[in-house]
Design a protein. Structure first.
Length: 341
């Protein structure tokens, strides 16, 4: 196929005084083609060749439906490539990946509908596993649905007795009890989902006793519905990246390993001074300010918690001193003598 550039070259060579024979030798075109270009004043035009169907074309509609159905999540390209190969696709995975990139660039995911709760109605509870192995470290996290005020306590176990104590500390921290607590499928919470019919679950016996003692109703989030318990899960990520990793890295630089006692001292200070005092991205207000509204709508604390302010679980309102990470040598001598390291 002769292009516009070659046609122009022929005319320029002719203008330079070259003969048809010389032009034919220079350009590699036959003489008749050279004569044709010189006789015509228009640029050459060629019909656009019909686009050949690609190997992926028969499966593009299927891929688009799969992508839209999964939003706002994304299905990896290798997974979709395997799916269409079972239908006869014999192309490469890279072709699928390229098409998906184009597809995602023009598909806008549906907006996430946030579930807002009225003051005092709900606390979302969850475990956040931060360290595995011989010395595990877990964080019990409770986030109030209306105010977004959050409570955190670090433990080395997820046993039910620990879970109950975490509830006591959380309710004391908030200054009241929500009317319901939302859980996921914790083994210490639910023994069997829908055991007595749709929505009627077999809860851990101890959990019913705990709920009865405090006066709240236990609820389970729906399986495979990550957004149902989204408030506490978003806070878990915030806790991990804004508190835990920075603290662990600072201690590591000092040759120290984070223990439960240090974690709980530091996290209480962080909650009171940072996490619950920041402007929340969803409400546009500080959680600690909205807590004042929420607390007035919460159930009262049981008498034992309400009248014993000297208990460890209710010292959340006390100002925590700033403890430097670099301490005198006598401090570490004392720790060694007590067998804490």
């Amino acid at each position: 196929m002769i292009g516009k550039e070659e046609c122009m070259e022929v005319r320029i060579l002719k203008k330079q005084g070259k003969s048809i024979r010389e032009i034919s030798r220079i350009t590699g075109l036959c003489r008749n083609t050279v004569r044709k270009f010189l006789r015509s004043t228009a640029d050459p035009r060629y019909k656009e060749r019909a686009k050949r169907p690609g190997k992926l074309d028969p499966f593009k509609a299927f891929l688009e439906e799969r992508v839209k159905a999964a939003l706002p999540h994304r299905i990896p390209a290798p997974v979709l490539a395997r799916e269409i190969k079972s239908f006869g696709y014999d192309g490469g995975e890279r072709t699928v990946r390229t098409f998906l990139a184009t597809l995602y660039s023009r598909i806008t995911p549906e907006p996430v509908v946030r579930f807002e709760t009225e003051p005092g109605k709900q606390m979302q509870a969850d475990w956040c596993e931060l360290r595995k192995g011989k010395h595990p470290l877990y964080a019990f996290v409770g986030t109030l649905g209306f105010s977004r005020d959050s409570f955190v306590v670090f433990t080395t176990s997820q046993a039910f007795d620990v879970l109950r104590e975490c509830h006591e500390m959380a309710f004391s921290f908030f200054g009241g009890v929500p009317r319901e607590v939302l859980y996921d499928n914790m083994k210490t919470v639910v023994l069997e989902r829908n055991a007595f019919g749709e929505g009627n679950h077999r809860f851990h016996t101890g959990l019913w006793d705990t709920a009865k003692h405090f006066g709240y109703i236990p609820r389970l989030c729906k399986p495979y519905r990550a957004k149902t318990k989204g408030k506490v899960e978003r806070f878990n990520r915030y806790l991990r990246y804004s508190f835990y990793y920075p603290l662990v890295s600072r201690l590591k630089q000092a040759g120290l390993t984070l223990d439960v006692a240090t974690a709980n001292i530091e996290v209480r200070k962080w909650l009171n001074e940072v996490a619950n005092c920041r402007i929340h991205g969803e409400t546009g207000e500080r959680p600690c300010d909205r807590l004042e509204i929420e607390r007035s709508a919460m159930l009262p604390l049981p008498p034992r918690l309400a009248v014993e302010p000297d208990k460890p679980q209710v010292i959340a309102a006390m100002p925590w001193p700033v403890i430097p990470l670099q301490r005198p040598a006598s401090f570490y001598d004392q720790i060694l003598q007590e067998g804490r390291l």
